[in-house]
Every structure is written in structure tokens, then in C-alpha cells.
Design a protein around this ligand. Structure first.
Ligand code: SF4
Ligand code: SF4
Length: 56
């Protein structure tokens, strides 16, 4: 299962640049993860200051 970003996201963008598979892009109200690209590495969860990315 891919990671998902919950509503705690403050759109800081840190996870996007830290994702090895370029799976994270800016959405309307928060950043979003493309499940087809996510390789479940967990880097986004480690980088995020508010723990918004959650393992699926
Ligand atoms: Fe990218 Fe890894 Fe987060 Fe998936 S778990 S979105 S591959 S940083
Ligand atoms: Fe949102 Fe966290 Fe990613 Fe920043 S690092 S854009 S707060 S999910």
C-alpha cells in the first residue's frame, strides 16, 4: 500500500523534494501522493514536521 498524506499537512513541500520516486505533488489544500509511484520507503513520513504522511 502507498503512503497517504492526511489533513495535518501544512503544504511546506519538504516531502516532495525528499521523495525518491517523485510521487508527491502540491494539491489544492495539501500535498498528495501518487499511489502508482510511491514505493513505500517512508522518507516523507521521516521528513514531515507534522507527521502527515501515513503508511497505508
Ligand atoms: Fe515517496 Fe517514499 Fe513517501 Fe512513497 S513513502 S511518497 S516513495 S517518500
Ligand atoms: Fe505536507 Fe508534511 Fe509534506 Fe510538508 S512535509 S508538504 S506538511 S506532508
Amino acid at each position: 500500500m502507498a503512503y497517504t498524506i492526511n489533513d495535518e499537512c501544512i503544504s511546506c513541500g519538504a516531502c516532495s523534494s525528499g521523495c525518491p520516486s517523485e510521487a508527491i505533488t502540491e494539491g489544492d489544500s495539501k500535498y498528495v501522493i501518487d499511489a502508482g509511484k510511491c514505493v513505500d520507503c517512508g522518507a516523507c513520513a521521516d521528513i514531515c514536521p507534522v507527521s502527515a504522511p501515513q503508511a497505508g
